[in-house]
Ligand binder design. Sequence first.
Ligand SMILES: [Zn+2]
Length: 346
Amino acid sequence: MKAVYLTQHGGPEVLTYGDLPEPAIGPNDVKIRVRACALNRLDLFTRAGVRGTRIKTAGPHILGGDIAGDVAEVGSAVTSLKPGDRVVVNPRITCGQCRACVSGETELCVAPGMIGSTKSGGYAEYAKAPAVNAMPLPASLSYVQAASLPTVFLPCWSILLRRAALKPWETALILSASSGVGTAAIQVAKRVIGARVIATTSSDEKARRAKELGADEVVNYKTEDVAERVKSLTGGRGVEVVVDHVGADAWPYATASLAVGGRYGICGVTSGYKVELQMGLMFLRHQTVFGVFMGRNGDLRQIVDVAGKGVIKGVVHATYPLEETRKAHEEMEKLDFFGKLVLTVP
Ligand SMILES: [Zn+2]
């Protein structure tokens, strides 16, 4: 099969387009004919081998976790899917046997994996996944739309609906509206929960698009004092919930924007991962800081259902054919885009 793979860590130049054997599936897996695979920051980190992503297995590695396509083959024990089914994949793999998994809290699995990172993924004509990770798609969702959902919507679902439990009468601060997570978090906070949304971004054009997605207010973090603006927009209270996937650069103004009783959810650290925490303020102000990584298969089922009804949608900046993966990685490193970059595999 055609695939884009790497045999060493490095820049976009280590991505090679060529031929590799199709993946062999186990009894509980499905083989998927990939039609679309979205790029994520994690792909860039894994390609470079930074932030704990060095690949431990020998031989060619295929990046890409957000896979949508057609089931081509099912393992002998699979009863939930059949060849020809259109599916999207939750790239987070769990063991199904540890205490967390049997309790249904699969995001806390002690032996997790990640398709595209710890295992080969979807920059290819074929990929494999556990059948429980593959969600059937409604006809209303295209492969490109479906592939743009998992990695950006799962953490937002975990933060906003489960951990922070944002309420319709509360206000959320969504950092970096133009990123995949930003575009997802605005929609979940506004269109699914009905809360007030303040988003941050860096240009008038990005602010306009954030408002189209549902942001009530947009603050330019390059030209404005974010914490001051948030205070004035919330009558001095601050926001009840922050969704942070930016990390170190945003931490000072984002924590200063958090209300008494506020919940601060972290699902990424693109700009850096070490910060100073004001412990005194935190206990005096009854605040919570927590992290989430991805979400449960059931969450993706819900996300697909809601997306199928048109309530939320993946925001796609551009698509690239598989053989232009290197170009897509170069584009993603420039930071000048709004939404997802998605590979297509005709
Ligand atoms: Zn487990």
